[in-house]
Design a protein around this ligand. Structure first.
Ligand code: DX5
Ligand code: ZN
Length: 220
């Protein structure tokens, strides 16, 4: 089992009028990654930001840039996201016409590749694909908005995914995104999750760096 533990704060909940300040805070924090949520208003009922914002973030953020694409036809845009500074690109299985081709195309761009599913997609649909990726993201809310409540069924889905990962690709990272906070983060790491995305819990807290520290080190 992969014992990596990483916090990937989601920029979606940051103060966009102070992007440089927020990036510099993440640089000083124990977060190793920064999560970038790209929404197109088609795959999800919300629109966030795209290449110009990613480029600006890349200029100021020294951490691994973890891009979560909630867009239809992601294969059309992966090259531009890689060029704009993505280090990891994660795509929704629901949006892929040819999963193997798109996952391979992302890998061929020299970035890490992730695949994700919404909470209503069976974990078993990832069987046979886990060997093709560096990371599987289990959504613990329906993609589209920050600040939603963690769906408890995720615990069982993590167990199911762990069995597939052990079987097909033990090095594969498991990421969870949505409703993560200081209370459930240590339990999620203990359950075998490697990368936790946290938006509102980090950026809406009075001390984001301390919140990141607590998520990692289980201190109340
Ligand atoms: C939701 C996004 C998440 C979101 C998480 O569609 O994928 O990354 O920003 O926000 P919180 O941590 O507030 O649930
Ligand atoms: Zn996300």
């Amino acid at each position: 089992m992969n014992t990596t533990r990483i916090i990937s704060p989601s920029l979606l909940s940051a103060d966009f009028s102070k992007l440089q300040y927020e990036c510099e805070m993440i640089n000083r924090s124990e977060a190793e990654w920064l999560h970038i949520d790209v929404m197109d208003g088609v795959f999800v009922p919300n629109i966030s930001f795209g290449f110009p914002v990613l480029k600006a973030v890349k200029k100021h953020c020294a951490k691994v840039i973890d891009v979560h694409l909630m867009i239809v036809e992601p294969e059309k845009y992966i090259e531009r996201f890689a060029k704009a500074g993505a280090d990891v690109i994660t795509v929704h299985l629901e949006t892929l016409k040819n999963p193997f081709d798109t996952l391979r195309a992302i890998r061929d761009l020299g970035v890490k590749v992730g695949v994700t599913i919404n909470p209503d997609i069976p974990v078993s649909s990832l069987c046979g694909l886990v060997g093709q990726v560096d990371m599987v993201l289990l959504m613990s809310v329906f993609a589209g908005y920050g600040g939603q409540k963690f769906i408890e069924d995720t615990w069982a889905r993590i167990e199911e995914l762990k069995a597939i990962v052990a079987d097909e690709n033990p090095d594969c990272l498991i990421q969870v995104d949505g409703g993560v906070n200081t209370e459930n983060a240590p339990k999620l790491f203990d359950a075998g999750v490697n990368v936790l995305v946290a938006g509102s819990a980090v950026f809406n807290s009075s001390d984001p760096m301390e919140t990141i520290h607590r998520m990692l080190h289980n201190t109340i």
